[in-house]
Design a protein around this ligand. Structure first.
Ligand SMILES: C[S@@+](CC[C@H](N)C(=O)[O-])C[C@H]1O[C@@H](n2cnc3c(N)ncnc32)[C@H](O)[C@@H]1O
Length: 244
């Protein structure tokens, strides 16, 4: 369904959250608001396919999994390995959409957990930990503990992807990036009013760090290999690998 939520000046719940209104339009919203959203999912799922092709089974935690678009992309790869997919999200509305998605029991199993990632959670051992556009919604003071918890739960050689909206420490560059990003959204059919209304609803809800701060979080959590693999203006992707 077409995202028209911000044609009205005020968001249904005041500040932005992932309620049923957002869930209903989520796939349209994210594909018109995040540059290369689908391509990023495909790229990350290709990497998982290649990297784990000799494994019998792969355990994946998709943190802030939303409607499960990464899982859907991954299943299109026809992985040889059995997929143990754990989707975690604080929004019950998101999880109920994903819950209706069926996968063949011979190729994998899906478990969904409703949880606020600001709080501690005990993970099983994992091979892949995905943070696709979610750390930015976790309180900054809680991000390191969460990434460290994931690092410690990753198997040797396990990988993490972090894709985030970031902010440039240079104000002039940041203004130019914002201007270009607004043009991108206008080309995708959003009006200036919708762009401004959404930004004000997201204020203090989406808290971006810089590219350097995100990389440092991964290093501080224990990762030795921290490799940027994507940037489009304020959108930034990192691959981190745990030592074998
Ligand atoms: C932009 S969406 C992520 C997109 C998704 N990873 C994908 O690949 O399509 C952000 C998601 O993070 C979830 N989220 C936000 N804050 C959270 C928190 N504190 N704990 C758990 N999930 C959270 C939201 O409910 C939402 O589904």
């Amino acid at each position: 369904m077409r995202d028209m939520l911000f044609k009205k000046p005020y968001f249904s719940d005041g500040e932005f959250c992932f309620n049923q209104d957002v869930v209903t339009v989520f796939d349209d919203m994210v594909s018109r608001s995040v540059p290369f959203y689908q391509e990023l999912l495909v790229l990350m799922s290709h990497f998982v396919y290649d990297y784990f092709k000799s494994y019998n089974s792969v355990s994946i935690y998709d943190l802030g999994c939303s409607t499960g678009n990464f899982l859907k992309c991954l299943l299109n790869q026809n992985l040889n390995s059995f997929v143990r997919y754990h989707g975690i999200d604080s929004s019950s509305d998101m999880l109920s959409t994903l819950d209706s998605f069926q996968i063949d029991a011979s190729i994998g199993q899906v478990s969904l957990i409703q949880h606020d990632l600001n709080n501690f959670i005990s993970f099983n051992s994992m091979d892949v930990c995905l943070f696709n556009l979610v750390l930015q919604f976790i309180k900054p003071q809680n991000r390191l503990a969460l990434i460290r918890n994931c690092y410690e739960s990753l198997s040797p050689g396990g990988i993490s992807f972090v894709v985030e909206k970031v902010v440039s420490p240079n104000n002039d560059i940041q203004s130019w990036f914002t201007k270009q990003y607004h043009s991108f959204k206008k080309q995708n059919g959003y009006s200036s009013e919708e762009i401004i209304n959404k930004e004000s609803a997201l204020n203090n809800v989406l808290v971006p760090l810089s590219m350097e701060q995100n990389s440092k979080l991964l290093h501080d959590a224990g990762f030795k290999t921290v490799q940027p693999f994507f940037q489009w203006l304020n959108f930034f992707g990192i691959l981190a690998i745990k030592e074998r």
